[in-house]
Design a protein around this ligand. Structure first.
Ligand SMILES: [Zn+2]
Length: 400
């Protein structure tokens, strides 16, 4: 006989069976038990037996993963994050809901080099948004902190960052920039070689242990990069872009990062920032999802059509998801994060389980967050490979 408790139990529970899981899990079929929105168990599929009175979703060998985490995204729906102002809380919610629909669970709004006033205003707005909206039940991607990309960058590798706002890399300037918002800042991209303070990264890590240091927009030699890693830098910003390429006599920042087991590097998979062949090489050198993670580096035009858009006091031209300044300088993409996953598979760069892990498991690991495991919220994606069209698609599994 069913008691009220039984029916409540049934309503909020289901099994996912015959699921494949992203890399890190052994390649085989799994059974996941979901209860009240949480993953309660993950075990090897034993048989296809029907689970009495509890709904079963048969994944038929499709992959199941957590949603994506995007550690580098510059804006969306026409709003660049450096332009955030107090009255933009609703638009930030729109963006978070839009990203959720794009399969993203969490993101680091990225503030590129701009004036200190604009950085402070953006940080204040994001801080208010987190206070007001995170406790509410929205189907929206969560802000996991802010990524400050700049202003402590090498002027010779600034890419599309405006030169007038670049700043010398000193402890005082760092402290001045983040002001009272050190709780909100999660990652800072910087070029260590421009600092005259030899111990600056060690100092930052000890004063701000929650802030991860990512090397990028940099001409650091292998020795300079290695010293920064030893001092606690743990990430690299968009591998290959805005840094010297690998050279057999001077491996540079990227070479030093790829042989350093504690360092993880983000990369862009639009096919323009790095060629598919080089992506394949990068993934082999970085042991795939072990030490690499996918970012979108998407600009505010994410969610809008290809075209020409204003960008600070310049314009960008977006064509097939890649954004350039008028002089041809690469400025980012407008490709959603999970399109990068499909690209990697379509180009034969890596297997499906690895490609999914690069956007879902690896960025969580880079941030020190838990990946797919018992106890995690069951915000799950189901990925399907269609052989006839050679296409990888995904959909959110809605809690029953
Ligand atoms: Zn950049």
């Amino acid at each position: 006989m069913n008691t009220n408790n039984d029916s409540h139990f049934r309503q909020n529970s289901y099994y996912l069976i015959n699921a494949r899981l992203p890399k890190n899990y052994v390649e085989q079929r799994y059974e996941l038990y979901i209860e009240n929105g949480l993953i309660r168990s993950i075990q090897t599929q034993i048989s296809d037996r029907k689970k009495e009175s509890i709904p079963v979703i048969d994944c038929q060998g499709d992959w199941v993963s957590l949603g994506g985490v995007d550690m580098q995204i510059n804006g969306a729906l026409g709003l660049p994050f450096p332009d955030l102002e107090e009255n933009h809380l609703d638009r930030l919610l729109d963006i978070s809901q839009f990203l959720w629909k794009q399969g993203v669970d969490g993101f680091l709004p990225t503030i590129v080099t701009t004036s200190a006033e604009k950085v402070a205003r953006s940080l204040a707005t994001i801080s208010r948004y987190i206070q007001q909206y995170h406790s509410q039940k929205y189907e929206a991607a969560k802000i996991l902190g802010v990524h400050l990309e700049g202003p402590f960058l090498n002027p010779k590798k600034r890419g599309a960052h405006p030169e007038k706002y670049l700043s010398s890399f000193t402890l005082d300037n760092f402290r001045g920039l983040i002001g009272k918002y050190c709780q909100q800042v999660r990652v800072v991209t910087c070029a260590p070689e421009i600092s005259s303070e030899q111990r600056i990264i060690a100092e930052l890590r000890s004063r701000y242990p929650e802030i991860l240091i990512s090397l990028g927009h940099s001409l650091a030699t292998a020795a300079e990069a290695e010293r920064s890693f030893r001092q606690g830098a743990s990430l690299v910003t968009h591998a290959f872009n805005a840094m010297p390429s690998l050279h057999h006599r001077e491996s540079g920042l990227l070479g030093a990062a790829l042989v350093h087991s504690g360092v993880k590097a983000g990369f862009i998979a639009d096919g323009e920032h790095i060629s598919p062949m080089m992506l394949k090489l990068l993934l082999r050198m970085g042991e795939g999802s072990k030490r690499l993670f996918l970012v979108s580096d998407a600009l505010a035009a994410l969610g809008l059509d290809d075209g020409t858009y204003p960008w600070d006091d310049r314009t960008i031209i977006v064509k097939q998801g890649t954004a350039r300044l008028a002089d041809g300088t690469l400025a980012g993409t407008t490709l959603p994060l999970l399109s990068g996953v499909s690209n990697l598979v379509k180009w034969g760069v890596c297997d499906i389980g690895s490609a999914i892990a690069l956007a879902t498991e690896s960025p969580r690991e880079a941030l020190g967050e838990n990946g797919l495991a018992v106890g995690q919220p069951a915000n799950l994606l189901r990925w399907h490979w269609e052989d006839s069209t050679a296409n990888l698609t995904w959909e959110r599994i809605t809690n029953l």
